[in-house]
Ligand binder design. Structure first.
Ligand SMILES: Nc1ncnc2c1ncn2[C@@H]1O[C@H](COP(=O)(O)OP(=O)(O)OP(=O)(O)O)[C@@H](O)[C@H]1O
Ligand SMILES: [Mg+2]
Length: 254
């Protein structure tokens, strides 16, 4: 049997603050296979973003991934990987669409330049090719008048558009896994198989998607129509008492 693309076992990420230890993620386990979609659902503060950031080892002090936690990606243990290797994975194999897009974009460059830069670095395109591809990708994510918008700076765009810019960048990298942390308006794009397929290009392979969503979407399914990945599974994070978060349920989504 082929091992999953990403396998997380007993992930514990704690923050050592003056007020005490915040056990933000405490014993989370799940797998994502190649091409699968996984939804992580839970109330605000239950640890969805910290889980996502842990996968890319972007947790800053006073936060720490506790020893014994395992995050295995393509057979490598992210927790113990060297800095160069983890940077390589972040740039090439796993893309993250951050919950707060402003912090992930550089305010002094146009969004077109930032998307084009990814194309230049990761696909080795010329300046003009990269720009054309950036505009095409921005249009593909649903930004109207993409040619004009590409010449603007992050602060000139709406929050939803900024997230689309991050999605364009994420898709440009041909990652094996995209982690989308609560994308609000641009969600359809991130999960759209057609976009994923079209942007994958030659050798792009099947992409997996890990997507978080708030649990305010109640009803027959914790992921409502707007937040439901088309396939795969959802896992529900929930809080059982202070500081103890659990993935309590696992259910198919289709
Ligand atoms: N730098 C930090 N220092 C201390 N505690 C932190 C830090 N970052 C996150 N936490 C705590 O970890 C817990 C989980 O936070 P996280 O951001 O993962 O929640 P979330 O599930 O993504 O919530 P939301 O749906 O609001 O985005 C929260 O209680 C938060 O206060
Ligand atoms: Mg969050």
């Amino acid at each position: 049997m082929t091992p999953p693309l990403l396998s997380i076992r007993d992930l514990r990420t704690y923050f050592y603050t003056e007020a005490g230890v915040a056990r933000s993620v405490d014993g989370v386990s799940f797998d994502i296979g190649a091409g699968e979609t996984l939804g992580i659902v839970g109330e605000s503060g239950c640890g969805k973003s910290v889980t996502a950031l842990s996968i890319l080892r972007l947790i800053q002090p006073p936060g720490r991934i506790e020893s014994g936690s395992r995050i295995e990606f393509e057979g490598r243990d992210i927790v113990t990987l060297g800095d160069k290797e983890i940077r390589d994975i972040r740039g090439n194999r796993i893309s993250m669409i951050f919950q707060e897009p402003m912090s992930a974009l550089n305010p002094v460059f146009t969004v077109g330049d930032q998307v084009a830069e990814v194309a230049r670095v990761h696909a080795g395109m010329s300046k003009q090719q990269a720009w054309d591809r950036a505009v095409e990708m921005l249009a593909l994510t649903g930004i109207p008048a993409a040619e004009e918008r590409a010449k603007q700076y992050p602060h000139q765009l709406s929050g939803g558009m900024r997230q689309r810019v991050l999605i364009a960048m994420a898709l440009m990298m041909k990652p094996a896994l995209i982690i989308a942390d609560e994308p609000t308006t641009a969600l359809d794009v991130a999960r759209d198989r057609d976009v994923r397929w079209r942007s994958s290009g030659r050798g792009g392979g099947r992409r997996a998607l890990c997507q978080t969503a708030p649990s305010i979407y109640r009803g027959p399914h914790p992921l409502d129509a707007a937040h439901r990945p088309r396939s795969g599974e959802a896992q529900r994070h929930s809080r059982h008492g202070a500081g103890s978060d659990r993935l309590a349920e696992r259910m198919p989504v289709s």
